[in-house]
Design a protein. Structure first.
Length: 340
């Protein structure tokens, strides 16, 4: 299997969250011959109308390699130079998909079975694919989850606590502001107080951080705004209950604070022979829980270029990841007595 060619083929499909179907189709056409050649089983697992996870297994799966098909916007297609493949999703996480598939081909050629691939939808928004998979485990005892960690094993990852803040006001002519009430002013007041909330620190994961990701509202510069909205996200390192209470206190009398996502922080295990790191981003691992086995987090590429206009992945990282995944699966199968 041509690793770089597959990576580019995946990147060249727009699979912004909600639009994963064409990537799922490509994975089915790519993996079906591999499943047939080595007596595997492949299936589409429905998640939502028009959206599905892709799962393929060889034997009774003890180890599952998994990552996500969706990307953040905006979509832009691939190109490559001597050292890198560029494009949306190249490192987060389509290059990882290609590396996992190439590692699987190498494992099968070496006579190794009892492992699986699981590619899920929706990680970038609400982990819908992982939620569906968690409800229907397949007996795997180990989960190797792929995210861009520069091929170092993550010993922990932060959680996420996301809110939608909704402010409502009263329309009026801007020349007579006393006749209206500005929703934008209420929203800004709430955001100012939320930014001052004391946040916890963890010795492994570091500080809790806040991002005000989107703000919208108003109708015209000469109209008092009757509506405004913001989306905010905390990257959490501890129990979020104190944060929740502080957000509600800052919002009281100003805006409605709707909690739309919570994913807990996790601390993970080391793996013999692999260098380690700690990451500040959130993954599907907490959503899987223990339903797909003991989790490990590792993948090629740097998170620092993911979600940017400069997203790219080093070709060397991709080829190294194939060897890392190959070795991890073999070692886990051997240690569990499931090598075949």
């Amino acid at each position: 299997m041509k690793l770089f060619e597959l990576t580019r083929s995946l990147v060249d499909i727009d699979s912004t969250t909600g639009l994963e179907k064409q990537v799922a189709n490509l994975l089915m056409s790519t993996l079906s011959p591999l499943a047939a050649r080595y007596a595997g089983q492949i299936e589409r697992i429905p998640v939502e109308p028009g959206r599905e996870n892709i799962y393929v297994s060889w034997g009774a799966p003890i180890v599952t390699l998994s990552t996500h098909m969706d990307t953040v916007p905006p979509f832009f297609a691939s190109h490559e130079d001597q050292d890198f493949i560029w494009g949306r999703g190249s490192c987060d996480a389509k290059g990882i998909i290609a590396s996992m598939i190439a590692a699987s081909e190498k494992l099968l050629a070496a006579g190794t079975h009892n492992f699986a691939l699981l590619f899920v939808i929706g990680e970038e928004r609400n982990s819908a694919g992982a939620k569906a998979a968690a409800a229907h485990p397949r007996g795997s005892r180990f989960l190797i989850n792929g995210e861009p960690t520069e091929n170092r094993l993550a010993l922990g990852s932060k959680g996420a606590l996301r809110y939608e803040l909704i402010a409502r006001g009263k329309l009026a002519h801007s020349a007579y502001p006393e006749l209206g009430h500005s929703a934008i002013h209420s929203l800004l007041d709430a955001l100012e107080e939320i930014r001052e909330i004391p946040t916890p620190h963890d010795t492994l994961l570091g500080p809790t951080t806040l991002n005000i990701g989107t703000i919208s509202g108003g109708r015209a510069p000469n109209v008092i705004a009757d509506q405004a909205c913001a989306e905010i996200m905390f990257r959490t390192v501890a129990d979020p209950q104190a944060l929740r209470q502080a957000v509600l206190a800052a919002s009281a009398g100003r805006v409605e604070a709707r909690e739309v996502l919570y994913t807990p922080a996790v601390q993970l295990s080391a793996f013999n022979g692999l260098p380690t790191t700690v990451v500040a981003f959130t993954t599907d691992i907490p959503t899987f829980g223990d339903t797909w086995g003991k989790p490990f987090l590792i993948g090629p590429g740097s998170i620092h270029v993911a979600h940017t206009a400069e997203e790219r992945i080093a070709k060397k990282d991709l080829t190294d990841a194939v060897e890392i995944y190959f070795r991890m699966v073999q070692q886990l199968l051997t240690s569990s007595g499931g090598a075949a």
